[in-house]
Design a protein around this ligand. Structure first.
Ligand SMILES: CC(C)(COP(=O)(O)OP(=O)(O)OC[C@H]1O[C@@H](n2cnc3c(N)ncnc32)[C@H](O)[C@@H]1O)[C@@H](O)C(=O)NCCC(=O)NCCS
Ligand SMILES: Nc1ncnc2c1ncn2[C@@H]1O[C@H](COP(=O)(O)OP(=O)(O)OP(=O)(O)O)[C@@H](O)[C@H]1O
Length: 230
């Protein structure tokens, strides 16, 4: 018995901030950005296809992908972005599935998937039991993004425009964490979310036990009826 929770938001809306709070509370989190870095390591099949389509000029001297350069290309061209997505996304989803399986085998009852493009690709949404959007207002998002990644306003706006509007994502989620305020405000909401998830898990375990008990009793009843009849 296991359930999956999708955590998403906009670029720099605070997903990593929220997922590290959940990790500290003991939740297993799979971060799609980290997986995305692993699947393009030199000589992987995604890496070879990136070099084939984008050329040697997107490589650093040590042979690794020059993420800054590739970012400049894909955030200014929707066509190039689609091309990169078509190379990386199937690999990212396959690798995430492997991580999910490993957590399941280790006995975790729920897993958090931190996926920035959850609602854009929609591939994973049908497997999710809960979706959480980390929201912050557009002005805060822009200024946090510019500051964190040392981007000009235009570059930051381009990156925000490469994703579904955050307002729209908010409307698609089961839970919303409002991260425009202080980290303490956000932590309070994360603690509430965490206890909801724990309750859902307990409900799932109790329901599973009830089903097992009902099946056991049913079997016993059938056996008794059969014994009496013979
Ligand atoms: C373009 C790349 C090289 C930029 O690398 P960089 O280290 O500068 O950024 P990082 O990977 O940490 O991503 C930062 C944020 O950018 C946004 N972002 C990344 N890729 C995309 C994309 N294809 N479309 C829209 N937004 C994106 C996400 O909000 C992400 O959290 C890199 O993001 C990448 O390989 N993207 C394609 C894979 C992908 O879609 N990753 C998102 C996880 S599913
Ligand atoms: N409540 C907050 N108060 C102040 N700063 C914050 C808050 N939440 C996040 N930040 C800062 O805003 C920036 C973006 O946050 P974070 O990296 O968590 O976003 P993200 O959604 O994971 O971004 P990305 O989509 O690029 O991976 C970071 O520099 C972070 O330290």
């Amino acid at each position: 018995m296991m359930f999956l929770v999708g955590l998403t938001g906009g670029i720099a809306s605070g997903k990593s901030t929220v997922s590290s709070m959940l990790r500290e509370l003991g939740c297993p989190v799979i971060d799609a950005d980290v997986v995305a870095r692993q699947v393009v390591e030199p000589n992987s099949s995604a890496y070879c296809r990136i070099v084939q389509h984008f050329g040697q000029e997107v490589l650093l001297e040590n042979g690794e992908i020059d993420r800054q350069k590739l970012g400049q290309i894909i955030f200014t061209s929707a066509e190039k972005r689609r091309l990169l997505n078509s190379i990386t996304h199937p690999e990212i989803h396959k690798a995430m599935l492997k991580h999910i399986l490993l957590y399941f085998l280790r006995g975790y009852h729920y897993i958090i998937l931190d996926v920035p493009l959850l609602f854009e690709t929609r591939r994973l949404t049908r497997f999710l039991n809960h979706t959480v959007v980390v929201y912050c207002d557009p002005t805060t998002q822009l200024s946090r993004l510019m500051q964190r990644d040392s981007l000009t306003q235009q570059q930051a706006e381009q990156r925000i425009a490469a994703q579904m509007p955050l307002n729209e994502k908010r409307g698609l989620a089961n839970h919303v964490i409002e991260n425009s305020g202080s980290r303490e405000d956000t932590l309070r909401q994360v603690l509430r979310l965490h206890s909801k998830l724990e309750d859902s898990m307990e409900f799932l375990v109790v329901r599973g036990l009830a089903v097992a008990l009902a099946l056991g009793l049913g079997g016993l009843l059938l056996y008794t009826v059969k014994l009496l009849g013979s």
